[in-house]
Write a protein that binds this ligand. Sequence first.
Ligand code: ADP
Ligand code: MG
Length: 243
Amino acid sequence: MSEKQVPIIAFNQVDLSFGDTHVLNNIDLEIETGKFYTLLGPSGSGKSTILKLISGQLTADSGDILFEGKRVNNVPAEKRKVNTVFQNYALFPNMNVFDNVAFGPTLKGMNKTEIKNKVKSMLDLVKLGDFSERDIDELSGGQQQRVAIARALANDPEVLLLDEPLSALDYKLRKSMQYELREIQQRLGITFVFVTHDQEEALAMSDWIFVMNDGVIQQNGSPEDIYDEPINHFVADFIGESN
Ligand code: ADP
Ligand code: MG
């Protein structure tokens, strides 16, 4: 680990406005492969907007977005090896669990056996091995979120983006899913970029945290750095708050 690797994702002075609203201000960040990153900040701070720039759903007004050192500002979403899991699951309600997870592999043209194996391994990973024939509306919220995670991972993303995936779940379920998500990330060894407004969640799960406010990255560092040495009043107050 002596040589610094080329970051899998980097932002270089990225700016974005919606009309008169300056939503992201001079964002610099570097994301290395195989780690668990968290964007932490209050509602409206620009977290989802950063994920949309990574996934290609939005285009920056200025600055560079780099994947493995190559500028991708104008590379369309479907050509980026990135998938997103949302708070509201966004599953296909009229398909069963198997077909939801098989969706991406089917589009890619995998054969039937490959698809079956892929879906099985993804459902096993999220501990829903016995649920493949269930309809989506027969599942609890937590189970639906597991299906959404399996569906995203079945596309073999290099980077998985997770936009407040646990916020709709009750406290106990959230705690166990925090642990499981971390375990899944470590098992697969891919990069996770996780978004939350919950500082406890960020501190518990992450290798590295970007603390955001008002479209600016206030501080980035390990959970220990951020907790022990907040760089300014905003970070100190935000980390010190309890939910
Ligand atoms: P977060 O995910 O941290 O809650 P967002 O990235 O969703 O924040 O939003 C950041 C800011 O950009 C907010 O002020 C929000 O109202 C504004 N915003 C987001 N999307 C749009 C849009 N499509 N049009 C106008 N303003 C938007
Ligand atoms: Mg958001």
